[in-house]
Design a protein around this ligand. Structure first.
Ligand SMILES: [Mg+2]
Ligand SMILES: [Zn+2]
Length: 213
Protein backbone atom coordinates (compact mmCIF):
# COMPACT_ATOMS: atom_id res chain seq x y z
CA UNK A 1 0.00 0.00 0.00
CA UNK A 2 1.20 3.41 -0.89
CA UNK A 3 0.69 5.53 2.19
CA UNK A 4 -0.45 8.99 1.07
CA UNK A 5 2.21 11.51 1.88
CA UNK A 6 -0.04 13.76 3.88
CA UNK A 7 2.16 14.08 6.91
CA UNK A 8 3.84 17.26 5.76
CA UNK A 9 0.52 18.77 4.80
CA UNK A 10 -1.00 17.77 8.11
CA UNK A 11 1.86 19.24 10.05
CA UNK A 12 1.58 22.54 8.23
CA UNK A 13 -2.19 22.56 8.53
CA UNK A 14 -2.00 21.78 12.23
CA UNK A 15 0.58 24.45 12.79
CA UNK A 16 -1.79 27.03 11.41
CA UNK A 17 -5.04 25.78 12.85
CA UNK A 18 -3.69 24.99 16.28
CA UNK A 19 -2.56 28.45 17.27
CA UNK A 20 -4.55 28.86 20.48
CA UNK A 21 -6.82 31.86 20.88
CA UNK A 22 -5.59 32.21 24.45
CA UNK A 23 -2.39 30.94 25.99
CA UNK A 24 -0.50 31.18 29.26
CA UNK A 25 -0.38 34.81 30.39
CA UNK A 26 -3.42 35.78 28.37
CA UNK A 27 -7.04 36.46 29.21
CA UNK A 28 -10.50 36.19 27.72
CA UNK A 29 -11.93 39.67 27.18
CA UNK A 30 -15.68 39.68 26.63
CA UNK A 31 -18.02 42.37 25.44
CA UNK A 32 -21.16 42.50 27.60
CA UNK A 33 -24.36 43.22 25.62
CA UNK A 34 -24.95 40.80 22.76
CA UNK A 35 -22.29 38.42 24.06
CA UNK A 36 -23.03 37.64 27.73
CA UNK A 37 -26.33 39.51 28.11
CA UNK A 38 -29.15 40.10 25.67
CA UNK A 39 -28.72 43.04 23.32
CA UNK A 40 -31.82 45.10 24.06
CA UNK A 41 -32.46 48.73 23.15
CA UNK A 42 -31.10 49.86 26.51
CA UNK A 43 -29.85 48.27 29.68
CA UNK A 44 -30.57 51.18 31.99
CA UNK A 45 -31.53 49.31 35.15
CA UNK A 46 -30.89 45.88 36.62
CA UNK A 47 -34.26 44.53 35.39
CA UNK A 48 -33.16 45.21 31.78
CA UNK A 49 -30.24 42.79 32.03
CA UNK A 50 -30.82 39.17 31.03
CA UNK A 51 -28.19 36.60 30.21
CA UNK A 52 -27.89 34.87 26.84
CA UNK A 53 -28.64 31.14 27.15
CA UNK A 54 -25.58 29.20 28.21
CA UNK A 55 -23.40 32.28 28.79
CA UNK A 56 -22.86 31.76 32.50
CA UNK A 57 -22.00 28.06 32.12
CA UNK A 58 -19.62 28.94 29.27
CA UNK A 59 -17.80 31.47 31.46
CA UNK A 60 -17.62 28.88 34.25
CA UNK A 61 -15.78 26.57 31.83
CA UNK A 62 -13.23 29.34 31.16
CA UNK A 63 -12.88 29.92 34.91
CA UNK A 64 -11.96 26.28 35.42
CA UNK A 65 -9.04 26.62 33.00
CA UNK A 66 -7.77 29.47 35.16
CA UNK A 67 -7.37 32.35 32.73
CA UNK A 68 -8.56 35.77 33.80
CA UNK A 69 -11.93 36.64 32.28
CA UNK A 70 -12.86 40.30 32.02
CA UNK A 71 -15.68 42.34 30.55
CA UNK A 72 -15.01 45.41 28.43
CA UNK A 73 -18.12 47.45 27.72
CA UNK A 74 -18.92 50.83 26.18
CA UNK A 75 -21.46 52.60 28.38
CA UNK A 76 -22.31 55.70 26.38
CA UNK A 77 -25.74 55.67 28.02
CA UNK A 78 -24.05 57.25 31.03
CA UNK A 79 -22.76 60.10 28.84
CA UNK A 80 -26.28 60.55 27.48
CA UNK A 81 -27.83 60.65 30.95
CA UNK A 82 -29.82 57.40 30.55
CA UNK A 83 -28.22 55.83 33.60
CA UNK A 84 -25.74 56.80 36.29
CA UNK A 85 -22.50 55.08 37.21
CA UNK A 86 -24.22 54.07 40.47
CA UNK A 87 -26.99 52.34 38.49
CA UNK A 88 -24.38 50.65 36.29
CA UNK A 89 -22.76 49.33 39.46
CA UNK A 90 -26.13 47.80 40.46
CA UNK A 91 -26.55 46.30 36.98
CA UNK A 92 -23.14 44.70 37.30
CA UNK A 93 -23.97 43.41 40.79
CA UNK A 94 -26.93 41.61 39.21
CA UNK A 95 -24.72 40.31 36.41
CA UNK A 96 -22.19 38.96 38.90
CA UNK A 97 -24.98 37.33 40.89
CA UNK A 98 -26.41 35.62 37.80
CA UNK A 99 -22.94 34.37 36.90
CA UNK A 100 -22.31 33.16 40.44
CA UNK A 101 -25.50 31.08 40.33
CA UNK A 102 -23.83 29.07 37.55
CA UNK A 103 -20.49 28.91 39.35
CA UNK A 104 -18.97 31.57 37.09
CA UNK A 105 -17.18 34.83 37.78
CA UNK A 106 -15.39 37.62 35.98
CA UNK A 107 -12.11 39.00 37.29
CA UNK A 108 -12.83 42.58 36.28
CA UNK A 109 -15.34 44.78 34.48
CA UNK A 110 -14.04 47.78 32.52
CA UNK A 111 -16.45 50.34 31.13
CA UNK A 112 -16.19 53.61 29.25
CA UNK A 113 -18.89 56.13 30.24
CA UNK A 114 -17.72 58.76 27.75
CA UNK A 115 -18.93 59.96 24.38
CA UNK A 116 -17.68 62.67 22.08
CA UNK A 117 -21.21 64.10 21.76
CA UNK A 118 -22.29 63.43 25.36
CA UNK A 119 -25.28 65.27 26.75
CA UNK A 120 -23.60 65.48 30.14
CA UNK A 121 -20.54 67.73 30.02
CA UNK A 122 -18.70 65.68 32.61
CA UNK A 123 -18.63 62.76 30.19
CA UNK A 124 -17.99 64.67 26.96
CA UNK A 125 -14.68 63.26 25.90
CA UNK A 126 -13.40 61.55 22.76
CA UNK A 127 -12.10 58.82 25.02
CA UNK A 128 -9.43 56.34 23.91
CA UNK A 129 -11.25 53.74 26.03
CA UNK A 130 -14.40 53.76 23.96
CA UNK A 131 -14.21 50.80 21.55
CA UNK A 132 -12.90 50.63 18.85
CA UNK A 133 -10.30 52.41 21.00
CA UNK A 134 -7.99 50.10 22.89
CA UNK A 135 -7.97 51.93 26.24
CA UNK A 136 -9.98 49.35 28.17
CA UNK A 137 -7.82 46.53 26.82
CA UNK A 138 -4.74 48.40 28.00
CA UNK A 139 -6.35 48.87 31.42
CA UNK A 140 -6.94 45.13 31.56
CA UNK A 141 -3.34 44.51 30.53
CA UNK A 142 -1.98 46.77 33.27
CA UNK A 143 -4.30 45.84 36.12
CA UNK A 144 -4.54 42.09 35.45
CA UNK A 145 -0.92 41.80 34.28
CA UNK A 146 -1.90 40.00 31.09
CA UNK A 147 -0.26 39.75 27.68
CA UNK A 148 -2.70 41.06 25.08
CA UNK A 149 -0.99 39.12 22.28
CA UNK A 150 -1.96 35.93 24.15
CA UNK A 151 -5.53 37.11 24.77
CA UNK A 152 -8.77 36.89 22.86
CA UNK A 153 -11.55 39.45 22.46
CA UNK A 154 -15.07 38.06 21.96
CA UNK A 155 -17.61 40.56 20.65
CA UNK A 156 -20.81 40.98 18.67
CA UNK A 157 -19.92 44.37 17.13
CA UNK A 158 -17.31 45.31 14.55
CA UNK A 159 -16.01 47.87 17.05
CA UNK A 160 -15.19 45.05 19.51
CA UNK A 161 -13.28 43.20 16.81
CA UNK A 162 -11.44 46.32 15.66
CA UNK A 163 -10.38 47.16 19.23
CA UNK A 164 -9.07 43.62 19.63
CA UNK A 165 -7.15 43.72 16.35
CA UNK A 166 -5.59 47.09 17.22
CA UNK A 167 -4.51 45.76 20.63
CA UNK A 168 -2.90 42.66 19.07
CA UNK A 169 -5.45 40.17 20.45
CA UNK A 170 -7.09 37.24 18.72
CA UNK A 171 -10.72 38.01 17.91
CA UNK A 172 -13.94 36.01 17.74
CA UNK A 173 -17.20 37.46 16.45
CA UNK A 174 -20.46 35.99 17.78
CA UNK A 175 -23.69 35.98 15.78
CA UNK A 176 -25.80 36.94 18.79
CA UNK A 177 -26.55 40.63 19.46
CA UNK A 178 -25.46 42.74 16.50
CA UNK A 179 -23.74 39.71 14.99
CA UNK A 180 -21.24 42.00 13.28
CA UNK A 181 -24.01 43.86 11.42
CA UNK A 182 -23.68 47.16 13.29
CA UNK A 183 -22.05 48.71 10.23
CA UNK A 184 -19.67 50.82 12.31
CA UNK A 185 -16.33 49.50 11.12
CA UNK A 186 -14.74 47.04 8.75
CA UNK A 187 -13.01 44.35 10.75
CA UNK A 188 -12.18 40.76 9.94
CA UNK A 189 -12.33 38.50 13.02
CA UNK A 190 -10.13 35.40 13.33
CA UNK A 191 -13.30 33.34 13.69
CA UNK A 192 -17.07 33.76 13.60
CA UNK A 193 -19.30 31.50 15.70
CA UNK A 194 -22.99 31.34 16.66
CA UNK A 195 -22.68 32.45 20.28
CA UNK A 196 -20.52 32.60 23.41
CA UNK A 197 -21.00 28.88 24.03
CA UNK A 198 -19.46 28.11 20.63
CA UNK A 199 -16.77 30.72 21.22
CA UNK A 200 -15.72 28.98 24.43
CA UNK A 201 -15.81 25.59 22.66
CA UNK A 202 -13.48 27.02 20.01
CA UNK A 203 -11.12 28.62 22.53
CA UNK A 204 -10.87 25.41 24.56
CA UNK A 205 -10.48 23.17 21.50
CA UNK A 206 -7.71 25.39 20.12
CA UNK A 207 -5.93 24.95 23.42
CA UNK A 208 -6.24 21.15 23.27
CA UNK A 209 -4.99 20.91 19.70
CA UNK A 210 -2.06 23.25 20.20
CA UNK A 211 0.87 23.28 22.53
CA UNK A 212 0.24 26.63 24.13
CA UNK A 213 3.31 26.76 26.33
MG1 LIG B 1 -22.14 44.22 22.21
ZN1 LIG C 1 -13.80 56.55 28.52
Amino acid sequence: MNEPSTSDFNREHKAKSSIPFVSEGGAVLLDRDGVISQQTAFVNEPDDLNLIDGAAAAIARLNRVGWPVAIITNQGGIAMGYLTEETLRKIHEKLKQLLAEAGAHVDAIYYCPHMENAKLLAYRNDCPCRKPGTGMLEQARDSLGIDLSRSVVVGDATTDILAGIHAGCSTILVRTGFGGKDGKAAAEPDATVPDIVAAVDLILSSLESGDSS
